[in-house]
Design a binder for this molecule. Structure first.
Ligand code: FES
Length: 131
């Protein structure tokens, strides 16, 4: 892992993008990681089938909060169809650092919250392997 990549994550953790809540959100969903209690909430404003505003809040480890910050940037302006296509691999790649399998749950918490809130997707195939 290069220093630049690590700094990218730390920057998102220390200066989170799109942090907060949306009082008039169309979708608001929160979920925690039961193994550690860390929580991510995502609020979305949707117009014409597109995300026009996204905010996250929560508390937890560096990777869970940085990935939530990165994810809100990724989805801004995207259609719901495009968001549905975001895979676990896309999320891991967006972090830019190699995440060990033991931290997959941290890195994927925000994406899971997003997909649960938007589509009711709760369980992903193969998730058991990542524990
Ligand atoms: Fe809890 Fe990372 S240690 S989500």
């Amino acid at each position: 892992m290069s220093l630049d990549q690590l700094e990218y994550i730390l920057d998102h953790y220390k200066n989170p993008r799109n942090y907060g809540t949306l009082p008039d959100a169309d979708v608001s969903y929160e979920e925690g990681n039961p193994s550690c209690g860390d929580v991510v909430r995502i609020d979305l404003k949707i117009e014409d089938n597109k995300v026009v505003d996204a905010k996250f809040s929560g508390q937890g480890c560096t990777i869970s909060q940085a990935s939530a910050s990165i994810l809100t940037e990724m989805i801004m302006g995207k259609s719901l169809e495009e968001i549905k296509e975001i895979s676990k691999e896309d999320m891991l790649n967006a972090l830019g650092i190699r995440i060990s399998p033991i931290r997959f749950k941290c890195a994927l918490l925000a994406l899971k919250v997003l997909k649960s809130g938007l589509y009711g997707i709760k369980n992903w195939p193969g998730e058991e392997e990542e524990r």
